[in-house]
Design a protein around this ligand. Structure first.
Ligand code: FAD
Length: 384
């Protein structure tokens, strides 16, 4: 027998974008359904660096959540990134924003727990993969064919990540190799020289344009990964997994530090839809946020912060739409403008950095050299 249920709002995906959107609406009188195909806690392939405006934005949305995250032990507090470029003297970039390294297993679980605890108007449905998306007359109907379970609402927010079914079904956005990256990551125990307040990024000519990261999760455990623009992966037929190990082996610093370390778990990879182009992120009865809206910083590969920020802006748009009862594409277009106003400049600067470093790789070397000068380092610190 088919089951049908009605809500005011359906959010698909309970990662950082979806959980933030749900939490920001916790004091509204909207009846919200938050669906995720996974059952939490779940793993998410990621570098596990929670940086940028993540914590600041979450604090504005739900301070109780941030307080409990601050008390959570299994994480590291980061305040700088050490950049190793082509065997040059490393450069330290100091962070201004409150930032952490925390596994996504833990971080995303803290987010969903906060939704369950602080958002009584949100029904959380886990282990439900949406495979049906229909734009009906009065709204959107979503569900799972085999289960014959369907939900409808006048408005839907798609926060369903890099392979978003909502983006596929509701927009014409196609994956573009020059606006997409691939990355792999694994965990290592026993890496020497980890510094608990510092993430590390390694760039080497042979593995360019891409970078290897070592992000500390505890005294002796690190998230280690390697990523590159998809266009270059396919042009150069790169095997990311092999390149990551080769990178470690061929770097005298890394080889020594990984000597006797132990790999924990397998190497896993996933795609990163970059915010280096503007794609459709709204339409009649829907909004897209986070990776579903392709908002990952093209230079750093960070996407958690933009997912959280866009999840909050989506929630603000939802409130305005319900105030006037308008769910049309033209009304919801204001969401695109708000997101662009908030993130557009940063994404543009990162895109410029990415494209310039591909066209003229020496630019990165020059930047690294310049960064050793205190005034320029201070300027970068201000920007970050
Ligand atoms: C290897 C790698 C390393 C990265 N490292 C970093 C990093 O260190 N720092 C950083 O800031 N960013 C990093 N990123 C990017 C970051 O992981 C994403 O930008 C971020 O997770 C986006 O959050 P989101 O909420 O939009 O999507 P997600 O976190 O992907 O959440 C989407 C949710 O939707 C659910 N879902 C998907 N499809 C369906 C469906 N059909 N039905 C129901 N539910 C569905 C999923 O189960 C998931 O829970 C990395 C990415 C990769 C691949």
């Amino acid at each position: 027998m088919s089951i049908e249920a009605k809500f005011d709002l359906i959010i698909v995906g309970a990662g950082p974008a979806g959980a933030t959107c749900a939490l920001h609406l916790r004091q509204s009188n909207l009846r919200i359904l938050l669906i995720d195909k996974a059952t939490f806690p779940r793993t998410k392939i990621c570098g596990d660096a929670v940086v940028g405006r993540s914590i600041k934005t979450l604090f504005a949305v739900c301070p109780e959540l941030v307080e409990s995250f601050r008390e959570f032990q299994d994480k590291t507090r980061i305040n700088q990134t050490r950049l190793y470029m082509n065997n040059r003297k490393p450069v330290d970039i100091h962070w201004v924003n409150e930032a952490y390294c925390c596994t996504r297993f833990d971080f995303d679980n803290i987010l969903i727990r906060a939704v369950k605890e602080y958002a009584p108007n949100v029904t959380v449905l886990e282990g439900f993969a949406v495979d049906t998306v229909e734009n009906t007359e009065g709204g959107m109907r979503l569900g799972h064919q085999a289960k014959q379970q369907f939900f409808s609402a006048p408005l839907v927010v798609g926060c369903d990540g890099a392979q978003s079914i909502l983006s596929k079904k509701l927009t014409d956005t196609k994956m573009s190799h020059k606006d997409h990256a691939g990355a792999v990551r694994t965990y290592f125990k026993g890496v020497k020289g980890l510094c608990m307040n510092r993430t590390e990024v390694f760039i080497a000519k042979k593995f360019s344009p891409g970078y290897l990261w070592v992000f500390p999760l505890s005294e002796d455990t690190a998230n280690v990964g390697f990523g590159m623009l998809t266009q270059k992966i396919s042009q150069k037929r790169i095997n990311l997994r092999e390149s990551m190990f080769q990178f470690i082996e061929e770097s005298p610093i890394l080889r020594e530090r990984f000597d006797n370390s132990e790999q924990l778990g397998k190497v896993e990879g996933f795609g990163l839809p970059l915010g280096s182009r503007r794609v459709q992120i709204s339409g009649t009865h829907f909004l897209l946020a986070g990776d579903a809206a392709a908002m990952i910083d093209p230079a750093s590969g960070d996407g958690i912060s933009n997912a959280i920020v866009s999840g909050k802006i989506a929630a603000e748009t939802v409130l305005r739409a319900f105030q006037v009862g308008n769910f049309s594409a033209s009304f919801l277009k204001q969401y695109d403008e708000q997101v662009f106003k908030m993130l557009g400049k940063e994404l543009w600067q990162s895109t410029l950095l990415l494209r310039t470093s591909i066209a003229a790789p020496f630019i990165l070397d020059v930047s690294a050299a310049l960064m050793t000068f205190a005034p320029i380092n201070r300027l970068v610190k201000k920007i970050l």
